[in-house]
Design a protein around this ligand. Structure first.
Ligand code: UD1
Ligand code: CA
Length: 503
């Protein structure tokens, strides 16, 4: 399954003409150089979550009001929603002013407009769809989304009349003690008729505790004027929770993750420890995959059926095919083929492709490399900028020497090759099909198919050196004892001419 909508029941979505996201506020309480709506959870920015939730409503126009940190927000918007129209609110005079600025940018807009705060990342398309449907059914001109919460501190309260109809939204700072006791709060999500909203926003005052033009003040005058309005409670109060500081950000992140994991588990994925497993809403995991404790799946990562990821693994933008395993590894932009094995302690960097049944084992780093079917890099190696054929084995501590200090070069290793341990493959170089390299070789020129390449100094034994040069040490004593046992002539048998230092 794809987790575009973690807990949406995907009803047929009613539609709106436009979506307006209010995202100009500074977000002072985040205490951050990054604008609030760009803080991330579950693989998207706050703004990204809001836009994704609104997306199925099929609005022809999406306006995002930017102000604080507008350059950063506009750049981000260009990446995640290039068709959205950023509109600048030069001075942050309040949410009502922000909505008015948005509507002024689309003067011809008619019909229903969904206005929502940019800092409510748990909103779902289903909840928004319910809100719009209720707005339509009631023939309302202004409908506000609400929720019953245990702790309404800091939020606008929904004041209803004796018949239960909404009468006003009162900000906490402006509320009476009696109003503060109300636990039904304003979600900061509204559907309104565009023309009506324009008119009522134009008449907003600033006579409140913050001296701002409150969008929330749009409701009362409409009610007083006898216009049809409505207030709709969200089924899940979590949906409406905003995010004003980093404590709330962490709480929203946890809630979002719980939703993602719950959906995965219900779809047939084993999540061994939901408390230490984090999966972005943009990832997909197939049934019968297993996520071991300490697993993080991020970005566009997908995991196939029967694959096992973790414990303690982070996968960013990776594809893990069916039956593969990734143990205690860090993988970025890697494609891990069916039944392939990674780790423990692998570091797979972008461009890594493991074909079926390939293996990248303990303490191996890879980058920009294709490891062919059934080939193995089992231990302690660096493999960069290479193509490895099928059925080959790369001995422990092999390094693909890809960088000459200026440029990167490629190495090609054929099928059924045996690269000896501690081989340096100095690129550009090719090792032909079925070839071997001797352990400890520095391979600087191509190895023809079937050849054994030996590129290391021949071994010389300097007999008796330890007794002569390290006398009195435990090593010298051990050597003497061994010589006696083996009746080696004093001074030993030498197979080499001695240099001055070896005498
Ligand atoms: C707002 C609501 C409150 C509601 C709560 C839900 C108002 C007056 N109050 O309070 O009733 O319970 O959301 O989370 O709307 N913004 C602008 N320009 C501005 C001011 C704000 O774009 O000049 C944007 C902010 O970026 C934010 C949204 O409007 O996305 C709401 O502003 P914020 O200051 O977060 O309002 P709250 O105090 O949370
Ligand atoms: Ca807020």
């Amino acid at each position: 399954m794809t987790l575009q909508e973690p807990s949406a029941a995907t009803p047929p979505s009613p539609s709106v003409a436009a979506v307006v996201v209010l995202a100009a506020g500074q977000g002072t309480r985040m205490r951050s150089a990054t604008p609030k709506v760009l803080h991330t959870l579950g693989g998207r920015s706050l703004l990204g979550h809001v836009l994704a939730a609104a997306e199925p409503l099929g609005a022809g126009t999406t306006v995002v009001v930017v102000g604080s940190g507008r350059d950063q927000v506009e750049a981000h918007l260009g990446q995640i929603a290039p068709s959205a129209l950023p509109v600048v609110q030069e001075e942050q005079l309040g949410s009502g002013h922000a909505a008015a600025v948005a509507l002024a940018a689309v003067p011809d807009l008619e019909g229903a407009v969904l206005v929502l705060n940019g800092d409510s990342p748990l909103l779902t398309s289903a909840t928004l769809g319910t809100l719009v449907a209720a707005h339509d059914a009631a023939g309302s001109v202004f409908t506000v989304l609400t929720a019953e919460v245990d702790d309404p501190t800091g939020l606008g309260r929904i004041v209803r009349d004796e018949r239960g109809a909404p009468r006003a939204i009162v900000e906490e700072r402006d509320a009476t003690a009696e109003q503060r006791a109300i636990r039904e709060v304003n979600a900061g999500v509204y559907v309104a008729n565009a023309g009506t909203l324009r008119r009522v926003l134009a008449g907003l005052g600033t006579g409140n505790a913050q001296g701002e033009q409150y969008l929330t003040d749009a409701l009362a005058p409409l009610v007083e004027g006898g216009a049809p309005t409505a207030a709709v409670r969200a089924g899940d109060p979590d949906d409406v929770l905003g995010c004003n500081d980093r404590v709330e950000l962490a709480e929203r992140r946890r809630t979002l993750n719980d939703r993602v994991l719950t959906d995965l588990m219900r779809s047939g994925v084993t999540v061994v420890d939901p408390l230490t497993t984090w999966v972005d809403v943009t990832c997909s995991v197939a049934p019968d995959a297993v996520l071991e404790p300490g697993t993080q799946l991020r970005g566009t990562t997908s995991v196939g059926t029967g694959a096992v990821v973790g414990p303690d693994s982070t996968l960013v933008d990776c594809q893990v095919a069916e039956g593969a395993s990734v143990v205690r590894s860090h993988c970025l932009g890697a494609v891990i083929g069916p039944e392939a094995a990674v780790g423990p302690f692998g570091y797979l960097r972008p461009g890594t492709r493991l074909d079926r049944d390939a293996k990248v084992g303990a303490f191996v780093e890879t980058k920009n490399v294709e490891v062919g079917e059934g080939s193995k890099v089992p231990h302690l190696s660096y493999v960069g900028d290479a193509t490895i054929g099928r059925g080959s084995n790369i001995g422990a501590a092999t390094v693909f020497v890809n960088y000459d200090g200026v440029a990167k070069h490629r190495t090609t290793v054929g099928d059924h090759v045996r690269v000896g341990s501690d081989t340096m493959l100095v690129a550009p170089v090719t090792v032909g099909d079925g070839a071997y390299t001797a352990a400890g070789s520095v391979i600087t020129s191509d190895v023809p198919p079937g050849a054994m390449a030996v590129a290391r100094a021949p071994q010389r034994n300097v007999a008796g050196w330890v007794r002569r040069r390290r006398s009195g040490t435990a090593a010298a004593d051990a050597a003497e004892a061994a010589e006696k046992r083996a009746e080696v002539p004093p001074g030993g048998r030498s197979d080499a001419a001695l240099t001055d230092t070896e005498q």
